[in-house]
Design a protein around this ligand. Sequence first.
Ligand code: MG
Length: 280
Amino acid sequence: MSDKHVWDDVLIAPSNILEYDMNLIREKKGFLCDMDGVIYHGNYLLPGAVDFVGWLNRENKKFLFLTNSSERAPRELQQKLARLGLDVDESHFYTSALATAAFVRNQAPGCTAYVIGEAGLLNALYDAGIMMNDVNPDYVIIGETRNYNYQNILKAVKLIQNGAKLIGTNPDLTGPTEEGIVPACRALVSPIELTTGRLAYYIGKPNPFIMRNGKRILDCHSSEIAIIGDRMDTDIIAGIESEIDTILVLSGVSSRESINNFSYNPKYIFDDIGFVKYFK
Ligand SMILES: [Mg+2]
């Protein structure tokens, strides 16, 4: 598919935007950028990722890779991108695990938690001064993990029945992997919600809490930022509700057809994150 064809395609976007003002994107001071389905899918980089990061660096743009996945710490994400051939400093990553730790610390400094999750979540919580407790914790916090079994569901249920508050790092029900669609945070939280009759509070996108933290880290106003993502139900709604211009890329979960299932539109739609090639 030639570049020309891609561009023609974009001009008849379902949002009825007849002409894109590329300058509006080019002149943004900062970018919040989703990762999975935008920069990479599994273990390969998506088209345009190298060009996009090169452009950010050349133009001295502020940027933050904002991911709802709570499994990995920023350093692990940095190393993953490095393995794929993209060099990005650790300071450019922000995860739902970091946002969850910030949220819980704000709510109850020095509190304790029982956690079902991976190192990314555990490290974030320790760094925020939250200690682990599987006897009488203030919170039960759940993120993506492969260490999930009947025993820890049972433990979580008991602790919640004894008064612990239930937090999910992100509301994603499923996630795309190379092995296909796998359960994500909300699918893991669901049995605990159903058993206890309590609903979790979810921190990741589209919760404005993670968006506000992202903006604060970029040190930009909403009007100076664009958010780039592949999901209408997290990335795009998060941008709209935070009054940040939205860019949907079709390299991940949302397809051109699926956009019609939502009552809102992204401001821009591109096939992938290589849209910097359209800057004149
Ligand atoms: Mg994504």
